[in-house]
Design a protein around this ligand. Structure first.
Ligand code: NAP
Length: 248
């Protein structure tokens, strides 16, 4: 039986699993990972991997395990899982909270260009025509940049793409956050970066690139977040702990 199901895949989910293990050892907590990463960060406590089979599968899992509370701590761009979590929790009658990290604060000197998706990001890059662009979207969505010409593309990801990089001639940088501003500045300088492409992920672990771009006066092409699902939200691990303490 499982008291708390944590939908993970983020640093916040790892931190919450750790906080629960320390402060609520009475609870049986399971963190669920989609299973896309071959070397995911270590997660304290029990872990399961792989999808549930849609909202129906998740609702059945919640009922079978007698789950008392569901914390959706997936990435702000994991929109499908977030929607399915709402549906499944509703069907199974399990209280749910979305742990969603705050967006980076916008500061003086920021040159953000908001776009809807990777296709719009590529179009924005074509207009900016920087000498080189740093693309920090992970392994997916890179095809959208394949037709860009006249600029160097530097792609950063945690793991290499499964097949060959869909961008001929792109430079691949493999690294796992958190990333300090000084290191991000050095990377941008060394590679002659003229523009940054990122998702509006928010969170401290990746804020260094935003600060570095600001300091260097670089434009940031930023893919907007999908809308978070309706219902209760926690902005921090502490708020999610409070929500759980109120229920369990
Ligand atoms: N999207 C990003 O930019 C991003 C960045 C960093 C980390 N992540 C993490 O990577 C995972 C996948 O992201 P995504 O954007 O592909 O998600 P998604 O599009 O919202 O979900 C796709 C499918 O993956 C499965 N899934 C997603 N998260 C899961 C979890 N925590 N446990 C079990 N199954 C899960 C579900 O399969 P079933 O329908 O079969 O249940 C879901 O339908 C998430 O856990 C997310 O936190 C995503």
């Amino acid at each position: 039986m499982t008291d708390v199901l944590l939908l993970g895949g983020t640093a916040e989910a790892v931190a919450l699993a750790g906080a629960l293990a320390r402060r609520r050892p009475d609870l049986a907590v399971v963190t669920s990972l989609a299973g896309l990463s071959s070397a995911p960060s270590a997660v304290p406590g029990a872990v399961r991997r792989g999808g549930f089979g849609g909202a129906d599968g998740l609702a059945a899992w919640l009922a079978d395990e007698g789950v008392a509370a569901l914390v959706d701590a997936t990435h702000p761009f994991a929109a499908r899982m977030a929607t399915q979590a709402v549906e499944a929790a509703g069907r199974a009658g399990v209280p749910r909270v979305k742990l969603v990290r705050p967006m980076w604060p916008r500061r003086k000197g920021d040159r953000w260009i908001p776009v809807a998706d990777a296709g719009e990001a590529a179009a924005a890059l074509a207009r900016l025509a920087p000498g080189a662009a740093l693309i920090t979207l992970g392994r997916r969505g890179l095809d959208a940049f394949a037709r860009l010409s006249g600029m160097r593309l530097v792609v950063r990801a945690i793991e290499p793409p499964a097949g060959p990089l869909p961008l001929a001639g792109a430079e691949l940088v493999l690294a796992r956050g958190p990333f300090a501003e000084a290191d991000e500045t050095a990377l941008m300088r060394e590679r002659g970066i003229g523009a940054l492409v990122t998702k509006a992920s928010g969170g401290e672990a990746t804020e260094g690139k935003i600060a570095a771009a600001r300091a260097l006066g670089l434009p940031v092409v930023m893919i907007r977040r999908p809308a978070a699902p309706a219902g209760p939200k926690a902005a921090t691990v502490g708020e999610a702990m409070d929500w759980l303490d109120d229920r369990l």
